[in-house]
Design a protein around this ligand. Sequence first.
Ligand SMILES: *[C@@H]1O[C@H](CO)[C@@H](O)[C@H](O)[C@H]1NC(C)=O
Length: 294
Amino acid sequence: MGSHYLSTVSLIVTALSLGILVAAVAGNFNRDFDVTWGDGRAKILNNGGLLTLSLDKASGSGFQSKNEYLFGQIDMQIKLVAGNSAGTVTAYYLSSQGATHDEIDFEFLGNLSGDPYILHTNVFSQGKGNREQQFYLWFDPTADFHTYSILWNPQRIIFSVDGTPIREFKNLESRGVSFPKNQPMRIYSSLWNADDWATRGGLVKTDWSHAPFTASYRNFNANACVVSSGSNSCSTARTATSANNNNNNKAWLSQELDSTSLERMRWVQKKYMIYNYCADAKRFPQGLPTECTI
Ligand SMILES: *[C@@H]1O[C@H](CO)[C@@H](O)[C@H](O)[C@H]1NC(C)=O
């Protein structure tokens, strides 16, 4: 009896500590991502701990997640192209496929040395985007890695930078605004030349004498529901399909902004937002999109 009891206790203790380990294991680029284009310009280094994308005159490069996710708290640390990055765009986004796809975008528009990057965000639902918000950052995103996060649950999408929320897109389906919630999405990233529009609206061109341009990625973490062959890891309790898919803590599935986070978001929007589609009445002569008026 006694030893039985003890082994049960140690089993539980083992299970608990495993659970904690599972939650703490960071992603690995070899395990979690495929390089999809760039002919050797994308590299996975340090046994999967680091990924670099590069861009030269001939081509950019990109990668995508092996998994498809339907909701998640997804973090990535990115260090952007340093120096004269004018004309370059580093895109980091979630997307499903097809004409009525959903998409959640971060895009980083490069600039001349010392001039600010623009962080461009957008949300597509059922193929419809046109929901741009743009920000300057409160730090130099090329000097070090910073964490860019997407919280996507059935009620809301929250974009965060180093834990500070910068944008929230709420589920307003009850008011007739479609919301991404049925189509699983992959994570994509790419570094490419967009000097026809990216920097000062296309006035500043890419200076190829500075190529190759490089952006780096590390510490990917997805606390997310993985969809594979029609089954969702979040609906089958305690069957973690990958080490970084921690099904034992799904707090993020109903997470919302508390008053402190809301205040911080308002501060960022007040000080650093440089474009908001919801404030662009000229662009919508028929009236602002519904989500802007609620
Ligand atoms: C680049 O710098 C200029 C001048 O400061 C600024 O107007 C612009 O918003 C910056 N960012 C981009 C991506 O053009």
